[in-house]
Design a binder for this molecule. Structure first.
Ligand code: ADP
Ligand code: MG
Length: 358
């Protein structure tokens, strides 16, 4: 039941890049994402009836959150939040987004979280930020049916400007880590390969199942609980998957330590090692991501890795600002030489988390 008379509210929530710590959230590990300045905006306005009407660009849908059998997938990200916040309907929702969709930059969590903060304020529900995160995770996993580990929703809600967020999925602890590459004449360059990871979405669930199977074999709840010397006994299929997870959480800790020490140069090899591990051990990269990372490094980036779930999407390259033009043009040329769609580029500035506009 509404806690107060519904009012129109605009919610804003950002996309993200994950600096390091990939495919570890559902393995009880640590990761270090930061939010983008690019965000999704959801304007929720009360209606006279109890239906839900959603519009995003040219697309629109009207119905009830309780009856989504015929609803297209994109509607479920919005309606799913109504379901998990237990709001039966009664709103028009107008969505617009600056986050590239399906590019591994978490447009899905930006959409869920923008709706969640708006709805919470519109009805005066008074949920905590963590409760809103949980509702968005459940919307994506239970209503959309897409496996999600919770990283994306947590950073979209909790992000702070000029910070990355250390998330520990074993303890639920969070720590804001100052992260301001521009102050060190560096930039996190995003290369959107324009390969949509939606095409091979089953790959994420398959990796998650293998990781959980490896944990079962080792007799632990989560893979991140074990160390590199504990992996004996895993079969040839599971060993590399586990090796990625246990090595990746250690790299996250090393990145946090390097940032604490102001040693930005140390980040480069750690990003490179993360990419190699995702490519060779977890096998979630693709030719476009590999080429983007290799070419960026050759053109002067300190280090580069795929970010997000993989199978397409985006790469990040930690780049000295004077080298940005050279890195962009080298990657563009490498893609053109292979006959691939031209990639898109932007510099990711660490932005703020979900909020409502006054
Ligand atoms: P990512 O989160 O990396 O962008 P996902 O596959 O997780 O990729 O989520 C993309 C999906 O989320 C889209 O296919 C669409 O269904 C939905 N979506 C995200 N943003 C919007 C938006 N602004 N309008 C409509 N649907 C959106
Ligand atoms: Mg997503």
């Amino acid at each position: 039941m509404p806690a107060s008379t519904p009012r129109p509210v605009t919610g804003v929530a950002p996309g993200r890049v994950n600096l390091i710590g990939e495919h570890v959230d559902y393995n009880g590990g640590r990761c270090l994402p930061f939010a983008l300045r690019q965000s999704t905006t959801a304007r929720v306005s009360p209606r006279d009836d109890d239906r839900l009407a959603v519009r995003s660009g040219e697309r629109s849908w009207e119905g009830r959150p309780s009856q989504l059998d015929d609803a297209p997938s994109w509607v479920r990200y919005v309606a799913g939040v109504f379901v998990t916040l237990d709001v039966p309907g009664g709103f028009d929702v107008e969505v617009s987004s600056e986050v590239p969709i399906g590019a591994g930059l978490s447009s899905s969590a930006a959409l869920e979280c923008s709706v969640a903060v708006a709805l919470d304020a519109a009805l005066g529900l008074g949920y905590s930020p963590d409760e809103l995160v949980a509702a968005c995770v459940r919307a994506e996993s239970e209503v959309v049916g897409a496996p999600t580990g919770g990283l994306d929703q947590a950073i979209s809600v909790h992000a702070r400007e000029s910070h990355a967020l250390l998330l520990d999925f074993a303890t639920d602890e969070q720590r804001q880590v100052p992260f301001d590459p521009a102050a060190h004449d560096l930039a996190v360059l995003v290369v959107d390969t324009r390969v949509s990871h939606e095409l091979t979405d089953g790959g994420y669930g398959a990796r998650r199942d293998q990781a959980w199977e490896a944990a079962r074999h080792l007799g632990v709840r989560h893979l991140a609980q074990v160390g590199p010397d504990d992996l004996a006994g895993l079969d040839a299929a599971l060993l590399p998957r586990a090796r990625h997870v246990v090595s990746e959480v250690r790299r996250v800790d090393e990145v946090v330590a390097a940032l604490g020490a102001g040693d930005w140069a140390a980040l480069g090899p750690l990003l490179d090692a993360s990419h190699a591990s995702l490519r060779d051990d977890y096998e979630v990269s693709c030719a476009e991501l590999d080429t983007a990372c290799e070419t960026a490094r050759e053109a002067g980036a300190l280090g580069a890795r795929m970010t997000g779930g993989g199978f397409g999407g985006s790469a990040i390259a930690l780049t000295p600002r004077p080298r940005l033009g050279a890195v962009e043009s080298a990657v563009r040329t490498a893609f053109a030489a292979r006959g691939w769609t031209a990639p898109a580029f932007f510099v990711a500035e660490p932005g703020a988390g979900a909020r409502v506009l006054a």
